[in-house]
Write a protein that binds this ligand. Structure first.
Ligand code: ZN
Ligand code: ZN
Length: 211
């Protein structure tokens, strides 16, 4: 598994850096929703969440479409996501930042990339994901065709479920809202430790350099 730790560290640092972006008003968004093969959620289930996104400058205009429908014409940024996932607000901050400088932004969540990955080892799949996220390492970000959004995910809270019974299902995971394997659980623990350390490093540097 050598190399995987370095990949997970790069992914954690990448996400931590997004915490430090300046706020930017959200643009209109096209949300292309992939039916989740694990829980069966579809585009209809994601609609209410996507129309109430907690982002700067008020709720953006969001067009919600099943991923099977073609992307509408026009330059609005597109995000392909799993129907059951909820993303933290900073995910949309990175989209706004990238959309500001890119004409046709089209990104996928890690959960989509992970769910639709071609058969391979976990290590190879993580290397591919890392490569597809590298666009976000530069400012202004210049997304590639296969760009993946370097942000952790979790299941969307279900308002019909009682919170205490539900909350254990809502833990954040760096790859997928449905983490089922021991190895992915372990990697997620490492990821969260590395992300905290990365954020601490960045705060430290900010304090020293005064920018
Ligand atoms: Zn699901
Ligand atoms: Zn590599």
């Amino acid at each position: 598994m050598s190399g995987v730790t370095a990949v997970v560290e790069r992914m954690a640092r990448r996400e931590a850096a997004v915490f430090f972006l300046r706020s930017r008003e959200m643009t209109p968004l096209v949300a292309r929703v992939l039916r989740c093969p694990t829980c069966g959620a579809g585009a209809d289930d994601a609609e209410e969440y996507l129309r109430g996104l907690p982002v700067w400058g008020g709720r953006p205009a969001v067009t919600v479409l099943p991923v099977t429908e073609p992307r509408p014409d026009g330059g609005d940024p597109a995000l392909t996501m799993l129907a059951c996932e909820a993303l933290p607000a900073r995910a949309f901050l990175l989209i706004a930042e990238a959309a500001y400088s890119t004409v046709a932004l089209d990104v996928r969540t890690r959960a989509v990339a992970w769910t639709t990955r071609p058969p391979s080892t976990e290590a190879d799949a993580l290397h591919s994901l890392d490569a597809a996220e590298r666009w976000a390492d530069a400012l202004p970000p210049q997304p590639s065709d296969d760009a993946v959004l370097p942000i952790s995910t979790r299941l969307r809270p279900d308002p019909r479920q009682e919170w205490q019974a539900h909350r254990t299902r809502l833990a954040q995971h760096f790859l997928t809202p449905h983490c089922t394997t021991h190895s992915l659980l372990k990697l997620n623990e490492a990821y969260h430790r590395l992300r905290i350390r990365a954020a601490a490093d960045m705060l430290e540097r900010e304090a020293q350099l005064g920018y």
